[in-house]
Ligand binder design. Structure first.
Ligand SMILES: N[C@@H](CCC(=O)N[C@@H](CS)C(=O)NCC(=O)O)C(=O)O
Length: 231
């Protein structure tokens, strides 16, 4: 039996973030699917605001709230403290602050725009056998996302990693959002955002991302979903 259980669905960028951190740290885990459209009472007990992911550390508790932590940022910070190698948070205080800021930017600004205004309008109707809301998705792609891509392109500034000389939680958080975009609509124009696209491709090729993304592709092919062209 593994020490950890991840509760959620692999298509959530926040669940992906936790899965990637577990993989990067070489920590095996079990996965328990949670349907966020019909959250069971046992799940609401361990996730008071009803969101995925939640992590259970079986060494600390095997039932109910005991041993659980909700929220990807809280979970990843816990995993870093619990298993410090390889380190995914910079040691230098300023670089750490920058990494945490970019994690927050990805988890809030990017997640809201990509998730609510593009990913969900494309995918959620399809899950109910209806056509995607391409008008909302196209408007987001063309009018809202370029400003966010510009900001991340500037943060990368031609470098490999967002904060410091090694991969950090900032790179993971950003790529969790960008790969959700890629799953449903592809990546943005490589000639306009070359560093961002190269960064996403590099991250998506890591075994830690591949494991989650292959599951997502299987789920999408199960509903015969094909990427949409947003122009
Ligand atoms: N800040 C949270 C955000 C988690 C989140 O928003 N998860 C979404 C799925 S991507 C969710 O559970 N939504 C269900 C709901 O809001 O009812 C984290 O980092 O874990």
């Amino acid at each position: 039996m593994t020490d950890f259980v991840v509760f959620g669905t692999p298509m959530s960028p926040f669940v992906r973030k936790v899965e990637v951190v577990l993989h990067e740290k070489g920590l095996p885990y079990d996965f328990e699917a949670v349907n966020i459209m019909a959250k069971p009472d046992w799940f609401l007990a361990i996730s008071p605001i009803g969101r995925i992911p939640v992590l259970r550390d079986r060494r600390r508790g095997n039932e109910g709230v005991s041993g659980t932590i909700p929220d990807s940022s809280a979970i990843c910070a816990f995993l870093e403290a619990d298993t410090p190698v390889p380190g995914l948070y910079p040691k230098d205080p300023y670089t750490l602050g920058r990494a945490l800021w970019m994690e927050e930017y990805a988890d809030s600004e990017m997640a809201a725009t990509v998730g609510f205004n593009l990913f969900r309008p494309i995918l959620f109707p399809r899950m109910q056998g209806k056509p995607s809301d391409l008008e909302t998705a196209r408007k987001t792609w063309q009018e809202k996302l370029p400003r966010l891509f510009d900001y991340m392109e500037a943060q990368l500034n031609g470098r490999t990693w967002l904060a410091g000389d090694v991969m950090t939680i900032a790179d993971i958080a950003l790529s969790c959002q960008m790969t959700n975009l890629d799953l449903v609509a592809g990546l943005p124009d490589v000639t306009r955002w070359p560093a961002l696209v190269a960064h996403t491709r590099r991250m998506a090729a890591r075994p830690s991302f591949k494991a989650n993304l292959e599951t997502c592709v299987t789920i999408l092919s199960g509903i015969r979903f094909e990427k949409v062209d947003l122009g």
